[in-house]
Design a protein around this ligand. Structure first.
Ligand code: AP5
Length: 217
């Protein structure tokens, strides 16, 4: 299954909830890239400049990284891809890779929310330095300000969450990623989800879709 949607639509937050509530395996290319940057690997060095500018990391770098980590047969079960694919080229490569593994995209959830809300969410987002847990200063605050509820480490703001970089990311989303909406609509797997509601309502709706799809896989 795929989670599509603009920056700030709640992809990462909803994926975390689905891992806990529905036992899916979550793969986020954004998280993989941030980890590669932290480790200073080849992929991390190639990706960092693009990420800081709010641009997409080139397709060949992404595809190599995903192929190394994503083998459906290896674990079985239901995979939730967050932030991948993000271009038509990535979507075609994913389809070819899944066909080789006798798998397919069952559902592509499109999370939708108004632009002012996306900006408000991203400027207020804080993530845990150590375990990566996601918070929002007002919407989903930690129990103690600036401290992760789960592991007690310090919370930080992502370098690409400054307002001008957020606007750039939204522009890149409209240009590069929105064409995927039509792509998955044509395949009959696109499901539009109103992600401007309280998190629990959005997650409950997704879980209703996941149950029959998980039984089919
Ligand atoms: P990535 O990490 O994927 O970032 P993104 O798509 O811009 O999405 P975000 O993580 O910013 O938002 P989200 O939708 O996950 O929202 P979240 O749940 O955090 O990618 C980063 C960069 O990596 C890209 O710019 C690009 O350079 C590169 N990259 C990654 N994948 C790539 C690919 N395939 N190809 C090329 N380049 C790639 O929520 C946001 C905030 O809102 C949080 O604070 C949360 O607590 C709050 N919130 C969420 N939902 C709710 C709700 N319902 N109510 C109240 N608050 C909420």
């Amino acid at each position: 299954m795929l989670l599509l949607g603009p920056p700030g639509a709640g992809k990462g937050t909803i994926a975390e909830a689905l891992v806990r509530g529905a036992g899916v395996v979550h793969l986020s290319t954004g998280d993989m890239l941030r980890e590669a940057v932290r480790q200073g690997s080849d992929v991390g060095r190639q990706a960092e400049t693009f990420m800081k500018r709010g641009e997409l990391v080139p397709d060949p770098v992404i595809v190599r990284m995903v192929e190394e980590r994503f083998q459906v047969g290896a674990g079985g079960g239901t995979y939730l891809l967050d932030g991948f694919p993000r271009t038509l080229e990535q979507a075609r490569l994913l389809e070819a890779s899944l066909a080789r593994q006798r798998a397919l995209v069952n559902l592509a959830f499109l999370l939708e929310a108004p632009e002012e809300l996306l900006i408000q969410r991203l400027t207020g987002r804080r993530t845990c330095r150590r375990c990566g847990a996601n918070y929002h200063v007002t919407n989903i605050p930690p129990k103690r300000p600036g401290i992760c509820d789960l592991c007690g480490s310090e919370l930080q703001q992502r370098p690409d969450d400054r307002e001008e970089t957020i606007r750039k990311r939204l522009e890149v989303y409209r240009r590069e990623t929105e064409p995927l909406i039509r792509y998955y609509e044509r395949q009959g797997v696109l499901v539009r989800i109103d992600s401007s509601r309280p998190l629990a309502d959005t997650v409950a709706e997704l879980i209703r879709y996941l149950e029959p799809a998980a039984q089919e896989s």
